[in-house]
Design a protein. Structure first.
Length: 218
């Protein structure tokens, strides 16, 4: 009950320089857990704190272990503390640590090391995911650009084909319009050539007749 009342007071402090930003659970100089503002609901916090204490109690030596909840403001100053204790349940913890007084701290340090390794692994995995996401985005952009290029190329080819077709149709229409005139001009040219040829023949005959007459008279 004491922890419930203490936590409720800390979580409901008004905003300001003394507002609680962090709550830490420590035991024999080792940090077991840390909560940061905005804090969870009171019942959720109490459940999480109880679970943490139960887990560590299973690994702590079989003796009464003092624990301490500490409220820290945004400047890093301690605003309030709530002491407590838990009975350890691990009879082999003292032997593993080499000293009964350091068992909880040694276990906490080991857990902190494991936590650090997990954070490193998670950070590496996050970096890999970001790298794959960036590569996927670049590939998607390249595919999109390639598709746009092919589409623009096809449109240009279609436009060129249409323009060529239109030009051919235009030339054909122009030829159709000019062809009758060309035929008429050719016919006129042929008629003129025939008239010129006839005139030449007539002039030649007349000249020949004149020469004949002149020769006879002489």
């Amino acid at each position: 009950m004491a922890l419930r009342e203490w936590a409720q007071r800390q979580f409901t402090l008004p905003e300001g320089a003394n507002a609680v930003k962090t709550v830490q659970l420590t035991a024999e100089g080792a940090i077991w857990e840390t909560w940061h503002a905005p804090f969870p609901e009171l019942e959720t916090f109490l459940t999480e704190a109880d679970n943490v204490v139960r887990v560590f109690a299973e690994e702590c030596p079989k003796r009464r272990i003092p624990i301490l909840y500490t409220a820290i403001d945004q400047q890093g100053g301690i605003t309030s503390q709530q002491p407590g204790s838990v009975m350890g349940k691990n009879a082999q913890a003292d032997a593993l640590a080499g000293s009964g007084n350091n068992a909880a701290k040694a276990f906490a340090d080991a857990m902190a090391g494991i936590t650090g390794v997990m954070k490193t692994v998670l950070a590496a995995a996050d970096h890999m995911v970001q790298t794959l996401s960036t590569s996927h985005e670049k590939l998607a952009n390249q595919l999109h650009e390639s598709y746009e290029y092919q589409r623009a190329k096809q449109e240009a080819e279609l436009v060129e084909q249409k323009d060529n077709h239109d030009l051919n149709q235009y030339l054909i229409e122009q030829v159709k319009g000019v062809l009758p005139l060309a035929m008429e001009a050719w016919e006129i040219s042929q008629a003129e050539k025939k008239k010129s040829l006839a005139s030449t023949v007539v002039n030649g005959v007349a000249k020949a007749a004149t020469n004949t007459t002149t020769g006879a008279t002489s």
